[in-house]
Design a protein around this ligand. Structure first.
Ligand SMILES: *[C@@H]1O[C@H](CO)[C@@H](O)[C@H](O)[C@H]1NC(C)=O
Ligand SMILES: *[C@@H]1O[C@H](CO)[C@@H](O)[C@H](O)[C@H]1NC(C)=O
Ligand SMILES: *[C@@H]1O[C@H](CO)[C@@H](O)[C@H](O)[C@H]1NC(C)=O
Length: 213
């Protein structure tokens, strides 16, 4: 009996270790500039929370910046669902699910979350059950991917694990708020206001021109 119990707990331990194994098989994050960058681009890493209003506000100028530089910049988005945004983890999980089902739906869904963000805020969903909020998130995700696939994704442990990896990756980089940006691997200082398009130009232009010198 004793032996059985310790064998079982060993198995359990192995399962836990296995399911949380790091590093993950794939680098965390969604590459926005997939397949269309120079060999040596300026790397922008964005840590965003789909339900964070500041992340939402930072997105249009970042997109405009990437469009301006074209092949010269590479943008990857990491998700950091913040614990004080009640439904951020489920929203992030939906993004991982959609990314797996239809990767070209990933950023359209991120933008849908930004657009309909208020609907998922803590205060707005306080009287709703968790199940009904997840249904609502699934409905939104179904605009960019197959509905039954999205539903099944929420029952697939792998998508939960992937979302955890995003969180762990953010924590491992010391990121504790959103939006947070890194340029060529270094933190972009945050002065409390959203970086607008000119702000981005101001940051990236010197990097590119110093290469030519
Ligand atoms: C995948 O996402 C793209 C972008 O939103 C969309 O145009 C396309 O219809 C989606 N495919 C499916 C199968 O939902
Ligand atoms: C939640 O329920 C309480 C009590 O019925 C009500 O006062 C409040 O307005 C409701 N909030 C929302 C966002 O529905
Ligand atoms: C903070 O940064 C933004 C964007 O880079 C800039 O437009 C703004 O002037 C800065 N504000 C202060 C107080 O430095």
């Amino acid at each position: 009996m004793m032996l059985l119990r310790s064998a079982l707990s060993l198995l359990f331990l192995l399962a836990v270790v296995r399911s949380q194994s790091l590093p993950p098989a794939k680098y965390d994050g969604f590459v926005y500039t997939k397949g269309r960058v120079d060999p040596d681009p300026v790397a922008i890493e964005a840590f965003l929370d789909p339900l964070c209003p500041y992340s939402r506000d930072s997105w249009p100028s970042l997109k405009k910046t990437v469009a301006h530089y074209g092949r010269r910049v590479w943008l990857i988005v990491h998700l950091l669902p913040l614990p004080y945004h009640d439904n951020a983890y489920a929203a992030s999980r939906a993004l991982h699910i959609v990314n797996k089902l239809n990767s070209s739906g990933t950023f359209p869904l991120l933008e849908l979350f930004f657009k309909h963000q208020e609907r998922f805020y803590g205060a707005q969903t306080i009287n709703k059950t968790r199940a009904s909020v997840i249904k609502d998130i699934q409905r939104l995700a179904s605009k960019v991917a197959d509905c039954s696939g999205v539903e099944a994704g929420f029952n697939d442990r792998q998508t939960d694990l992937r979302t955890r990896v995003s969180f762990k990756y953010s924590a491992s980089r010391g990121v504790y708020g959103t939006p947070t940006f890194f340029l060529n691997g270094f933190l972009v200082p945050d002065n409390g206001s959203t970086i607008d398009y000119n702000g981005w130009r101001h940051l990236i232009d010197p990097l590119l021109s110093s290469r030519e010198a």
